[in-house]
Design a protein around this ligand. Structure first.
Ligand code: PMV
Length: 328
């Protein structure tokens, strides 16, 4: 018996950081995904393999204990990568997925972790969908999104529903605190190049840094957050109209505003400017900043931008995935 599901990662186009202050954000699902395969295991414990991260572990289904192991199944010390097992453990133990025997789980991951591209949400969403199918439960997308958000809350302590919603539904989403994520209907193509530094940004620390700045300079920072809201709302209109040039310009403006909040870095800046020099019509950091990734919007110039960024850091092309979670 086997069940397999995939779920995409995400990129925030507009509104990171300002979203923490109640402002809207726009994000897309990207065509890089997590694929989770569940088979019946041979022991009481669930064995998990994530070959791309070299992560192997065993989960005690009853006690919820995770034992990270190396490839020859010797316990290893927990690391950043190993932390990803917690999402799987919580996803399996959520609600109906209490299973009476061990499973064999393989996660194939196309999304780099710690790059602000929603790898943990994609793994969580795909695990919930695969586990539901394995145990013959029908879940709606709404239920999957809700459960996945709860898993992220359990593991991280706090999380906005943005990543898990995008990963579940796919496409463009406009997120507001009052209405959650609403899918934007548009045929707009979104050829992006992601450039990512090997150093992950620490989202919690960056949020705290911006908070400190806003308390120190409220009369300066609050208007910046208000302008970020206007940028996001104008971008929403441009996305619906399919106005590529305006989207690019608004991305560049957003980058300047994020820089003024102190979340930009020299490495990110370098990639932002080099991608514009190579023909991107807009480029900005994506996610929390302080490391992590940039996105460059480059209709007709993907190859040029990709080559330029690959000379500086790691880079790969992505485009929008209109598909969210899928059973395979
Ligand atoms: O880097 P990520 O994907 O964790 O994005 C963080 C975005 C913030 O706006 C800084 C925080 C949030 O929860 O929205």
């Amino acid at each position: 018996m086997k069940a397999r599901a995939s779920a995409p990662g995400k990129a925030i186009l507009f509104g990171e950081h300002s979203v923490v202050y109640g402002k809207p954000a726009i994000a897309i699902a990207v065509d890089k995904k997590a694929v989770v395969t569940i088979r019946e295991g041979t022991t009481d414990h669930t064995q998990v393999k994530i070959p791309e991260l070299n992560v192997y572990g065993s989960i005690d289904n009853d006690k919820g204990i995770i034992t990270p192991q190396d490839e020859d199944f010797n316990p290893v010390s927990p690391s950043f990568n190993v932390g990803i097992l917690e999402y799987i453990q919580h996803a399996l133990h959520y609600h109906k997925f209490k299973l009476d025997h061990g499973l064999d789980i393989t996660v194939n991951l196309e999304i780099p972790i710690g790059a602000g591209l929603g790898s943990s949400a994609a793994i969580t969403v795909a695990t919930i969908a695969a586990a539901a199918s394995y145990s013959n439960n029908q879940l709606s997308r709404e239920e999957i999104a809700k459960m996945a958000h709860q898993v992220e809350m359990n593991v991280q302590g706090r999380a906005s529903p943005l990543d898990t919603t995008i990963s579940t539904y796919g496409g463009f989403s406009y997120f507001t605190h009052s209405e959650g994520a609403v899918k934007l209907e548009t045929d707009l193509e979104m050829p992006l190049v992601v450039g990512y530094t090997s150093q992950p940004g620490n989202t919690g620390e960056l949020i705290a840094m911006v908070k400190k700045l806003s308390l120190k300079h409220p009369s300066v920072i609050n208007p910046i957050l208000d302008i970020m809201e206007t940028v996001t709302n104008n971008a929403r209109e441009s996305i619906i109209k399919g106005d590529q040039q305006k989207i690019g310009e608004l991305m560049n403006i957003n980058q300047g505003l994020l820089d003024s909040l102190g979340v930009n870095t020299l490495e990110l800046s370098k990639m932002v400017y080099e991608s514009r020099n190579a023909g991107a019509i807009g480029s900005k950091l994506t996610g929390a900043g302080g490391g992590g990734s940039i996105i460059a919007y480059c209709p007709g110039k993907t190859q040029e931008v990709l080559e330029k960024l690959q000379n500086i850091e790691n880079a790969f092309p992505v485009t929008i995935s209109s598909q969210g979670v899928m059973m395979l």
